[in-house]
Design a protein around this ligand. Structure first.
Ligand code: FE2
Length: 169
């Protein structure tokens, strides 16, 4: 139920403060896709799928509502805390988990706590499967390869651009 409440609030905020239909619909779709991947990953890893869904739905909230992607993870984590607090939708402990994951989700080359890793993985999968505007697959190769091993998503490897190999001769 709180997932639906949260989605309604996000839809409302986007309608009030949105930055054009293309921007809004891209981000709303992307955040929902990340929420689905996050739930799937959570179930497999024994984490809370509802919290994972909420992380996905909120993770790019700052970009959606401001039209600005700069430092969106840090600002988004603060905005998510404000929304969750206003809505009384999560305990302090849950807010800490959700907002920490949002804060770190852009640092895909580093390792953080298990919910932050889940957020990064779900974001990478969404970029791979859905987002034509995110060509940065190559920098996420290692993360995608690890996800392929974990979830046996073999088509990912088949479709990745081949790494440049240097001929020793
Ligand atoms: Fe994202």
């Amino acid at each position: 139920m709180r997932v639906e409440l949260l989605q309604s609030r996000i839809d409302l905020l986007a309608a009030e403060q949105g930055h054009g239909s293309w921007w809004d619909s891209w981000y709303l779709q992307h955040m929902q896709a990340v929420a689905r991947f996050a739930a799937m990953i959570a179930e497999r890893r024994g984490l809370d799928a509802e919290l994972a869904t909420m992380i996905g739905l909120l993770h790019d909230i700052h970009s959606l509502l401001t039209g600005n992607t700069e430092k969106h993870a840090k600002h988004g984590s603060e905005l998510a805390r404000k929304i969750l607090t206003e809505m009384e939708l999560a305990s302090e402990e849950e807010k800490e988990i959700i907002c920490t994951a949002i804060r770190y989700h852009s640092k895909k080359q580093s390792l953080h706590d298990e919910y932050s890793e889940l957020a990064k993985d779900a974001d990478v999968l969404s970029h791979y499967y859905h987002d034509g505007m995110c060509p940065a697959i190559e920098k996420d190769r290692e993360r995608l390869e690890a996800l392929n091993r974990e979830f046996e998503l073999s088509e990912i490897l088949a479709n990745l651009p081949h790494k440049t190999t240097h001929d020793a001769t």
